[in-house]
Write a protein of this length. Structure first.
Length: 418
């Protein structure tokens, strides 16, 4: 598969679509040879990769979803031998088994070069100092930003999450010029700046790269005014290289899908048919050069719409409006997607009995949290407060281990959940 070249981007839609078709054809043959799931899909639908003569032919295939990836746990979706997979990440879903994401050396190179290309387009270079406040864990986000900045030759400070007062000190003392954060954590950092009476003039910050959560125009305005820096939105998912699927340019108006590496469709989530430009639908992605785990028509669950107008930057890439949320019941808390079905499974496993419950998101920005309400019953020691408190504390730790977010657990009357 191709390595992203440091050359000019396609000059026209025709050139771009020809490149996409060539890369799609190579990907189709690759998964037919090496991935049993797609080989069976092709056989069941009578799809022959040799007869894929246009991008629209891809619509003859059914969609791939998170359940398919979970059922392939751990390596059944891999298209390369494990010895060629140099990095493995996982994300939680609605099933006990996580989704496994593998990367070959070429995959990592492509992800880093794509991120570096986006950064360069935003005016960032080797003289910049990046402070990355994302979680360096099983997700891909922090690593993709990190390696992209290194490709630029820039300095990288991998502060990861938490220790907010220390983050502010590092921003000031180390001369951070580009801050990488989720929108909610950027708001928390901004509040800490104000609490410590640190003026934006005391910083060298020129932009923030934010990712992981939808955010509003009001949030953008608050961040830009507070930090006195430009805010750029980067979108992605661990299944597809991380936060490089689509990115804003300096105009900050739309997200440009990086279509030399991805083929994007916007579909009605019920009928799976394309929606007209300007109408909301679900983003469905096909990876065009990914080696370890190529994906065909993967349902992201994210609600988007194409913007028909051409961006002033002159890019021929498809433009998307902001990510408006989810088309399913998945809750997004501080950049982490959590399926209610998965919460139910974890509760049943831990408590070993059925219970009425619900989950909601409270607050916004840095104060956002997952609220889990459990209906009190005899099994929950209604009249023994000490044992109740221990149960709540132990359950919070257990859920945090599997969800990636620590919920606030409340014991309530069952009738209040109706």
């Amino acid at each position: 598969m191709a390595v992203l070249a440091a050359t000019a981007l396609p000059a026209s839609r025709d050139d771009l679509e020809q490149l996409q078709l060539e890369r799609l054809q190579a990907t189709l043959h690759r998964v037919q040879r090496h991935v049993a799931f797609y080989r069976s899909m092709f056989a069941d639908t009578g799809f022959d990769p040799d007869q894929c003569a246009s991008l629209s032919d891809l619509q003859r295939l059914p969609l791939t979803n998170e359940t398919d990836l979970c059922q392939a746990y751990p390596y059944d979706m891999f298209a390369t031998p494990l010895k060629e997979v140099v990095q493995i990440h996982t994300t939680t879903g609605r099933h006990p088994e996580p989704v496994v994401h593998g990367y070959t050396e070429r995959d990592l190179t492509n992800a880093a070069m794509l991120m570096a290309r986006i950064m360069t387009g935003l005016g960032l270079d080797a003289d910049d100092v990046f402070q990355i406040t994302l979680n360096y864990g099983l997700g891909t986000g922090a690593f993709t930003f990190h390696e992209g900045a290194r490709k630029l030759g820039a300095s990288v400070i991998p502060t990861a999450t938490g220790r907010t007062p220390k983050q502010v000190q590092i921003m000031r003392d180390f001369g951070t010029s580009c801050l990488v954060a989720t929108p909610s954590y950027a708001l928390r950092l901004l509040q800490t700046l104000k609490d410590q009476d640190v003026s934006p003039a005391a910083l060298r910050l020129k932009c923030l790269l934010v990712t992981g959560e939808p955010f509003s125009a009001d949030t953008r305005a608050v961040l830009e005014d507070g930090f006195q820096a430009q805010i750029y939105d980067l979108y992605g998912l661990s299944a597809a290289y991380g936060p490089v699927v689509a990115a804003q340019c300096r105009n900050q108006s739309v997200l440009h899908v990086q279509e030399d590496l991805f083929y994007a469709e916007v579909l009605d989530p019920q009928t799976h048919q394309p929606v007209p430009d300007g109408e909301w639908g679900e983003l469905v992605l096909t990876t065009l050069v990914k080696e370890a785990v190529p994906l065909l028509r993967y349902r992201t669950g994210d609600k988007v719409r194409r913007v028909p107008d051409t961006c002033g930057c002159g890019s021929v890439f498809t433009a998307l409006d902001r990510i408006a949320g989810r088309v399913d019941d998945v809750l997004t808390v501080k950049g982490v997607n959590i399926a209610p079905a998965r919460i139910g499974q974890l509760l049943s496993t831990y408590l070993d009995f059925d219970i009425h419950w619900n989950a909601t998101i409270a607050g916004s920005g840095p104060d956002q949290e997952l609220i889990l309400r459990l209906g009190i019953r005899e099994d929950l020691f209604f009249d023994q407060m000490k044992r109740q408190r221990k149960l709540v504390d132990d359950l919070r730790r257990y859920l945090a281990q599997w969800l990636g977010v620590t919920p606030r657990v409340l014991l309530v009357e069952p009738d209040s959940l109706n």
